[in-house]
Design a protein. Structure first.
Length: 71
């Protein structure tokens, strides 16, 4: 079951699934609303590293900010 934050964290809405049976643990981030269509998607590896799966409607600078400060 996804965990949604109804408030912004670092200026973005974040939601994540920790135990997805199809994919690894991942986080979605959006600056507008909680929809998967326009959100960026990040995989969080077991060692703590983060990779960008898709950028969504966010620009490169926003994606770097999220990785550096939010996840």
């Amino acid at each position: 079951m996804p965990k949604y934050y109804e408030f912004k964290v670092c200026g973005y809405y974040l939601y994540y699934t920790a135990s997805c049976v199809i994919e690894a643990m991942h986080v979605h981030a959006s600056d507008r609303k909680l929809t998967e269509a326009g959100s960026a998607k990040f995989f969080v590896k077991s060692d703590g590293d983060t990779t960008v799966e898709k950028q969504g409607q966010l620009n490169e600078r926003e994606v770097r900010t999220i990785i550096r400060k939010c996840i």
